[in-house]
Design a protein around this ligand. Structure first.
Ligand code: GLU
Length: 461
């Protein structure tokens, strides 16, 4: 069997959700490990939540992240089209097949009736489920209504007794009482399938062998299992991976963590660091190491090692890891990355000279500007006010000083001594006047690089 995995994002968000990036990574790694293919399908059947441009942003974020797909709406492939909105006739045909085999039925309930039903269930603390009213309409009668043009949806006819179960490779056997499975809408009145019908038909026809997705889809899986059974199709392998959590263990959310992949790109995270960190959310490297490349992960990966504990997404840990990655590069390589990150606005040679001064303080590429921006521009704001007297002192110390670290240090200390000032205060004055900030890269080394003229020009009163 050829391993084929997929992610099936819906273009209903601003961009690629970091949780989808995490499942994409696992799907990609597993396909690679097995010599198979990882594909992308866009599930755009919920027209009310459709966001223009979302698909493009999802695809470009995946590209940035370095998770390539073998087939998809942009690359095409032998199972095209890869956008559900372009496959509508397929779903309609299969919904009708289920009607014929009596595994689905037409439902004519109005939204008003469904609303009343829902409210009633709510007040009686019952799970929100369709009450089956239209299930009892004789088939011919229902067909006549449809032929007369009545508005309808098609619902799954879930057996009233028994259980539906499946094996999850990560979690073992999972079973559901059929009485608790809703008669899910499969085809909506606008002719679009719901997620449940679309996902099953497409996973089947796109030869998906393994479905690796978030655990929040577990409760949908029995509906899918029933559909596979009713169509007489072989089941794929299911693996439900744990949801990423905020530090307070709630589901990863916009309010507590940045969730869009483009945010990480714009903040200057390296895609290889993001991939590494996401990998540790789901899976532990056999020898326990934290830092590993995606290729190393592919070599060591097994689905069974996926963890079921709720992983906490910590931005602080990712920042630490990103810093480690930044420092792992040769000077020329990291300088090139910074050069490109800033749209080539800072000269490459200058970045190469600055990097050794800031490398130990950097966690994201965006921090380069706040740490080293003063090399390119005089500060416009000062974190603290500088004392005129100390500024004058430091200017005097430097004006006829040889421009190297040792000479500057000696001269400043001497001048401070002769005026009875604390060297610490004088150095702070110098730092703030030149950089605008109270902390930053090693001061005198920075001044060597900035040059005498620029330094003195910032020491005017
Ligand atoms: N369209 C679903 C989503 O938005 C796909 C879920 C699945 O992987 O089955 O994530």
């Amino acid at each position: 069997m050829t391993v084929r995995t997929r992610i099936a994002p819906s273009p209903t968000g601003q961009d690629l959700h970091i949780g989808n990036a995490y499942t994409a990574l696992i799907n990609y790694v597993f396909a690679k490990k097995s010599g198979g293919q990882f594909i992308i399908r866009i599930e755009d059947t919920d027209r009310t939540r459709f966001i223009e441009g979302s698909e493009e942003r999802i695809l470009s974020s995946l590209e940035w992240l370095g998770i390539p797909h073998a087939e998809g709406p942009d690359t095409g492939g032998s199972f095209a089209p890869y956008r559900q909105s372009e496959r509508l006739s397929l779903y309609l045909g299969f919904a009708n097949k289920l009607i014929e085999s009596s595994h689905a039925y037409y439902c004519f309930c109005t939204s008003e009736r469904l609303e009343i039903m829902r409210k009633d269930q709510e007040s009686r603390k019952l799970p929100p489920m369709y009450d089956g009213l239209c299930k009892h309409i004789p088939k011919e009668e229902a067909q006549e209504k449809v032929d007369e043009g009545a508005r309808y949806v098609i619902r799954l006819d879930v057996p009233e007794t028994g259980v539906t179960n499946f094996i999850d490779v990560v979690r073992g056997e999972i079973s559901f009482e059929n009485t608790l499975i809703d008669d899910q809408v499969l085809l909506k009145s606008d002719g679009y399938p719901t997620y449940h019908l679309g996902v099953v038909v497409d996973d089947h026809f796109m030869n998906i062998s393994h479905i690796i997705r978030w655990e929040e889809w577990i409760s949908s899986t029995p509906k899918h299992i029933l559909l596979y059974k009713f169509f007489g199709w072989d089941l794929p392998v299911f693996a439900h991976v744990s949801l990423l959590r905020n530090p307070d263990k709630s589901k990863l959310s916009k309010r507590k963590n940045p969730v869009w992949a483009s945010w990480y790109k714009d903040e200057g995270y390296l895609p290889e660091a993001v991939r590494n960190y996401l990998a540790t959310m789901a899976w532990a490297f056999p020898d326990g190491r934290d830092i590993f490349s995606t290729d190393e992960m592919i070599a060591a990966f097994t689905l069974e090692r996926l963890q079921t504990t709720a992983p906490v997404f910590s931005l602080e840990k990712l920042r630490w890891m990103n810093g480690e990655y930044l420092r792992s590069y040769q000077l020329s390589a990291i300088s090139q990355k910074l050069y490109e990150f800033y749209g080539k606005k800072y000269p490459l040679e200058m970045i190469e000279k600055i990097w050794p001064l800031v490398r130990d303080r950097m966690k994201t590429m965006k921090e380069f500007e706040s740490l080293a921006g003063f090399f390119f521009m005089a500060p416009k704001e000062y974190e603290i006010e500088v004392q005129k007297e100390l500024l004058e002192l430091v200017r005097n110390a430097l004006i006829s000083c040889e421009w190297n670290h040792d000479a500057m240090e000696t001269s400043i200390r001497k001048e401070a001594d002769s005026k009875g000032q604390k060297p610490k205060d004088v150095f702070m004055t110098l730092r703030v006047a030149v950089t605008g900030k109270t902390v930053g890269p090693p001061l005198l080394e920075s001044l060597e690089l900035l040059g005498k003229d620029k330094t003195l020009s910032r020491l005017v009163i």
